[in-house]
Ligand binder design. Structure first.
Ligand code: HEM
Ligand code: HEM
Length: 189
């Protein structure tokens, strides 16, 4: 039954549309947990096996996301949300003007953080693997630590971006990443 018929029948239906499929949401919360876990287990020799396991899981998740970014559902595909610098600058300008340009999927600025996080997660994981395989010395240890730190900084930017965008768009983006649904733009006047 269409939303209109529902309304005529007196049924009030929240006007939302499905944006994030279950694979994206499972990927998201898994990489967040594994990354946090890898950090918490990084320092101690005692937790090294867990650290390595979580680090490999991060690598597997990134590999899955790269594949899903090509063959996945509409809003998961990189071609549908990764934009050039001009689009990022334009989006940020509209954000600051108080009338932010709405994107049902990821906005162009969020996409920059997403690409940074995926790249740094891959590099941190690969350098960790090389370290574990004794392919380098002190420098590799430092590189691994630096890449993990850079990823943490990108996550910080990501979280700040989610908070600011949720506020300025007046939309709970965290809930959307949990339920997969966002407000239907066609229902917004
Ligand atoms: C700690 C590590 C985290 C990592 C590595 C991470 C990574 C990512 C990635 C890669 C995406 C893109 C999703 C996709 O299309 O695949 C994303 C989106 C998102 N993340 Fe995170 N995330 C983290 C933590 C969090 C936390 C703690 C929250 C909530 C408080 C959060 C909220 C969101 C939201 C709302 C989106 C969708 C943004 C949008 O609407 O464009 N993330 N995150
Ligand atoms: C992608 C997520 C990962 C993150 C965020 C991460 C983070 C870190 C950090 C911050 C350290 C430095 C700890 C210190 O202060 O000494 C560290 C150390 C280490 N990591 Fe990772 N790591 C990741 C993945 C991996 C992987 C996939 C492996 C191995 C297969 C690995 C193996 C190691 C080893 C062996 C050390 C100890 C280096 C030493 O002897 O000090 N890591 N990791």
């Amino acid at each position: 039954m269409s939303a209109l018929l529902h309304e005529q029948a007196g049924v009030v239906e929240p006007r939302t549309v499905k944006v994030w499929d279950i694979a994206i949401r499972a990927f998201h919360w898994s990489i967040a947990l594994c990354f946090a876990g890898a950090w918490l287990t990084a320092e101690s020799e005692r937790y090294r096996d867990i650290h390595v396991l979580l680090g490999y899981t991060v690598l597997g998740l990134v590999a899955f996301r790269l594949l899903w970014g090509v063959v996945g559902t509409r809003h998961a595909r990189f071609a549908n949300f990764v934009r050039g610098p001009a689009a990022v600058a334009h989006y940020l300008r509209t954000l600051l003007s108080g009338r932010p340009e709405r994107h049902l999927g990821h906005n162009p600025a969020g996409a920059v953080a997403i690409v940074a996080m995926l790249s740094l997660a891959a590099l941190a994981g690969l350098s960790g693997w090389a370290l574990y395989e004794d392919l380098g010395g002190e420098w590799l240890e430092e590189t691994h630590e630096f890449l993990a730190g850079a990823m943490l900084a990108a996550v910080g930017v990501h979280l700040a971006g989610v908070a600011v965008a949720s506020w300025l768009h007046r939309e709970n983006l965290v809930r959307a990443m949990l339920t997969g649904r966002k407000d239907d733009p066609r229902a917004t006047p």
